[in-house]
Design a protein around this ligand. Sequence first.
Ligand code: SAM
Length: 398
Amino acid sequence: MERVIAVAVPLALVGLTVLWLTRRGSKGRPRAGSGALTLLKNEVLRYSQVWEDDALLLAALDVKKGDSLLAIASAGDNVLNLLLAEPKSILAVDVNPAQVALVQLKLAAIRQLPHADFLLLLGYASCEDAAARRCELRDKLDLPRETRAYWEAHEETLKKGIAGSGRLETYFRAFSEQLPSLGWPSDAIPRLFAAKSIDAQLKLWQTLCTPRFEAAFRKHFARETQAEHGRSEQQLHHVDKAEDISATLLERLKRMLQQSLCAHNFYFRRFIDAAAAEPAAGAPYLLEENYARLRQLLPRVTVRTQTLQEAVAEVGAGRFDKVYISDIFEYMELSDAHALAETFASVMPSGGRLAYWELYLARPPSPHGSFVLDTTSKASRMTDRNFFYRGFHVLQKK
Ligand SMILES: C[S@@+](CC[C@H](N)C(=O)[O-])C[C@H]1O[C@@H](n2cnc3c(N)ncnc32)[C@H](O)[C@@H]1O
């Protein structure tokens, strides 16, 4: 009996310590990475569009015909944009069942609906009886059981137009709706997007970027407001509390307006005036000219409600040539991001590429890891059309 206790007690203590470390993080603090993951698993539709520049991503990953891809599903935009590059397969995963329900709805719509109805269903187009038509279109589709249940339970979102109804998009709209009361004339936005030179754009911008505008921007995008309405405190956990992120965002917006023309910037248009943003100026998967080809390619996509980590663990003897992970490295310590990068590397061939964004935090690759920054990629020399990101990385496996 004494011998059993002598073995069992230390074993139990080791087990409890491992459990404690796993839940608290190696430095004894709660692991915000898992906090963010737990939060993201809830069924709130957080993103009704993807804000990560498709042109940057496509240039970065340089998808080849035989490639197998692993991608964050999110709202599905970049999964479908990548599909147009005709890889062999894409596994799209998301921890949040609401995001998966949106992607499944998009896939079913592309499979079964004419292009105009696809845009109407998603809220990229409207008509007089849009709410009723959207319900009719949903009812026509062959949807997985959970997807149908989701869109029956969230019919109000469907009726309003999904494209503007994610938590983040609703938060952006709450800002753009303030613009008239901040003194922006009704033709300000069309004029901004019609500017033909940076000088003309900046001249107009100087009349719009008043102290009142700046104060409203700073208030709306302050950390607390952002955490409460747009993103969440868990997603911001590793961002230094002393950093004034609204000032950072305002600086980035000004820099973008100094460097590139708004015209054709679908991301900025959706940010500042979602209702007026023409899909014709938007992501490739929304365009009519790509629709028939997109439909043909759909069998190459698999969508699952799971984490990227789970997808990698399940790949077995398979591999992923290209991996796209949004900005998830921000939700964890840099050392944990490096460890996760190694997990991706373990299922990628030499020359495989990993693409990710940074929003507020620098997440450079480990100098001792399996990846090098890919300086050959065209994407590393391009500018992000979306002003709010800090950076974008394309890594290549050694
Ligand atoms: C990473 S979020 C970021 C979106 C936007 N860039 C932002 O910062 O607010 C995009 C999607 O990733 C999903 N996600 C986050 N971590 C994940 C993980 N480890 N595995 C699978 N999905 C994840 C979220 O549910 C969400 O739909």
